[in-house]
Design a protein around this ligand. Sequence first.
Ligand SMILES: [Zn+2]
Length: 249
Amino acid sequence: MGACLGSFANVAALRTLRGEDWVRQPSACFHCGKRLGFLANLPIFGYVRHGGHSACCGQKLPRRYVLVEVAFAALLVLAFRQLELPVFLVFVPFLILMVVIFLTDMDAFIIPDWASLGGLALGLGLALFGAPGLPVLADALLGGAGGFALIYGINTAYKLWRGHDGMGFGDVKLMAMLGVWLGPWALLPILFAASMSGAVFGLMAILATRLQKAENRPDQPAQVPFGCFLTPMALVWLLFAPQLLSAAQ
Ligand SMILES: [Zn+2]
């Protein structure tokens, strides 16, 4: 199941970036356009069966397909172990959206609105009906407003200081969505952990390019896809918050 959902998340991310329909369009080989049969469409198995090549035209398939499928399968097993069953079932769409946002932000610095705002709307709807695992509606609304205000405020302050945006508006919408699903109390720990890991990654990326190239390009600011740090930290919070909080006490 996890591998199937991972395969879906990967295709949704890739097709969103290409501006293609990912809901109704059937799976097709992206080399020759041939529609994929049932066996070729199976996650992991479809990749391994022909040694990482497409069955129709024998072209090499990107390793990313199988990596995302295996990673999502592992994530789903972990979530199944960590969460109570009703909470697990309610949060499966959240897991998919986190992976889609991670992939599109990594590939193109884009957080699609259907994932962030759609996820926000879904979270509010679930909170309205008192779905297990979500905050009560008042807290979900507070979390959404808090997530929005937090990143919007930080970015406004940064813009006053440096004269350009420090974060994309996609990050604002993503944080609002996280506030709705995980509650206002989750926002600061997630933001803090994502900022720390993002800063370490950014410094290492700057050092790596400096070491590789003798000429440095000072007028080009280093860009870090912040959604790629917010989404894993949100998952850590979702899956391990009780353990983390009890360990801190
Ligand atoms: Zn093909």
